[in-house]
Design a protein around this ligand. Structure first.
Ligand code: FMN
Length: 184
């Protein structure tokens, strides 16, 4: 298998990180991979907020969990009230990906950028995980305002990055392969 296919297949969601910060050069390559994703109408309707301040990342975790603990969805509530849970897994870098609201397909474009970044990270042996649960933090409009996201952009997802702390048991969740049909 070639390197790209290897990175795609070997990438796993990493949920345990070293405290050491990742190399700036690697981070630049990962962000560049995001920026090279395809976009509808070539809009490139994204913005990346790179947070490398431990207290700020912890604060985003704490605030997200506060809201999660009030969720009607049982598993989300349980995560919210569990003091052992850190929804960013104490990763040293958190990237918030925001999309320009008036673009043709900003959520799809940003998702393509996130996937490119996950694969780029794996190719550099850097761990990553796509974070949907930080969306709870995005409900706090006053907090989002402090992130310096450009006017007319909205935050969609987070992406944690860091060196993998625990590479044991990194088997891929079983994939259902019965999802293809051909019309020839
Ligand atoms: C839109 C989206 C949101 C996700 N949110 C989270 C999250 O908040 N926390 C988390 O640990 N994993 C999150 N994941 C990662 C998935 O749980 C993971 O991709 C899936 O279990 C398959 O495992 P793999 O990434 O190792 O192949 C998210 C993935 C996607 C695509």
């Amino acid at each position: 298998m070639n390197e790209i296919l290897n990175a795609i297949k070997n990438r796993r969601s990493i949920r345990s990180y070293e405290t050491e910060q990742i190399d700036q050069k690697d981070l630049d390559l990962i962000l560049e991979a995001g920026i090279y994703a395809p976009t509808a109408h070539n809009d490139q309707p994204w913005h990346f907020t790179v947070i490398q301040n431990r207290e700020k990342i912890q604060y985003i975790n704490d605030k997200s969990k506060e809201l999660m603990s009030k969720s009607n969805v049982e598993w989300i509530k349980n995560m919210g009230i569990n003091p052992k849970v850190n929804i960013i897994y104490n990763a040293p870098t958190l990237i918030i990906v925001s999309g320009r609201k008036d673009a043709v397909a900003p959520l799809v474009d940003c998702s393509a950028a996130i996937e490119n970044m996950l694969i780029a990270a794996e190719s550099l042996n850097i761990g990553s995980v796509w974070l949907g649960l930080v969306r709870f933090f995005f409900e706090l409009k006053d907090e989002v305002e402090k992130l310096g996201i450009p006017e007319n952009y909205e935050p969609y997802y987070g992406l944690a990055l860091g060196y993998k702390a625990d590479t044991k048991n990194l088997t891929a969740p079983k994939r259902n392969l019965n999802v293809i049909n051909y019309i020839k």
